[in-house]
Design a protein around this ligand. Structure first.
Ligand code: PRP
Length: 211
């Protein structure tokens, strides 16, 4: 039996993934050591391997088959547009992709004005404004603290993730439109899905029982 390799998104998603895998009897003790700088972990008994990667890299590892399975946010799947199968909504990490800004920016979303949209997710923003709203906008790519953009005058609105809404509230911004709901998803390499169908299907089936 060959190793089945999982690419997990570093941080909160990985912690929640490990907790849910534990519920179906898949454990990886070594991975719980927060001080470890190790990147890859093995469960010899079950012939499983796990590694941690930055979110946007998870779909890349899965598309190329370096990982058979990935656990990653729907935001990243949409943004990266990789060839893979999205097989399951794991339910955790629930949040929303939204267009946000000050109240005063609301009318700009219903006009044909060329507005600036700051975001970490240019492909999602482009798809939303160009294909759904048919509004031409200038997309400005940022790498974090997106809420700053409308405050300092870089853009009129932002497209960003809203979870509790407290970042928006504390910065005087609001959700103006919802783009789509998000949560953690399981993705599978297209060849692995055929070659390891039995093991992967069993995994999905077991996970469904605990979600
Ligand atoms: C995310 C997101 C928002 C915030 C939303 O940022 O980009 O800024 O969390 O959460 P809330 O609605 O619960 O306040 P993250 O903390 O990942 O950091 P970033 O700004 O570097 O993207």
């Amino acid at each position: 039996m060959r190793y089945l390799t999982f690419a997990l998104t570093k941080g909160r998603l990985a912690d929640k993934t490990l907790a849910i895998l534990e519920k179906i009897g898949i454990t990886c003790e070594e991975m719980k050591d927060k001080d470890s700088r190790k990147l890859i972990f093995v469960n010899e008994e079950l012939k499983l391997r796990f590694f941690l990667a930055k979110g946007p890299d998870v779909p890349t590892y899965v598309e190329y088959g370096a990982a058979d399975i990935g656990i990653v946010g729907k935001d990243t799947i949409l943004e990266e547009g990789r060839k893979l199968y999205e097989v399951m909504d794991l339910g955790f990490g629930a949040c929303r992709m939204c267009v946000c800004g000050p109240d005063s920016a609301k009318p700009l979303l219903n006009s044909n004005q060329l507005i600036r949209v700051a975001t970490k997710y240019p492909n999602i923003a482009k798809d939303y404004f160009y294909n759904k709203k048919h509004q031409t906008v200038e997309i400005i790519k940022l790498n974090g603290s997106i809420e700053l953009a409308p405050i300092v005058g870089l853009s009129e609105v932002i497209v960003d993730i809203v979870e509790t809404g407290s970042t928006l509230r504390e910065n005087g911004l609001k959700v103006l439109e919802e783009v789509c709901p998000l949560s953690a998803r399981m993705v599978v390499n297209q060849v692995s899905m055929k070659m390891e169908n039995e093991r992967i299907s069993k995994l999905i089936e077991d996970l469904r029982k605990v979600i």
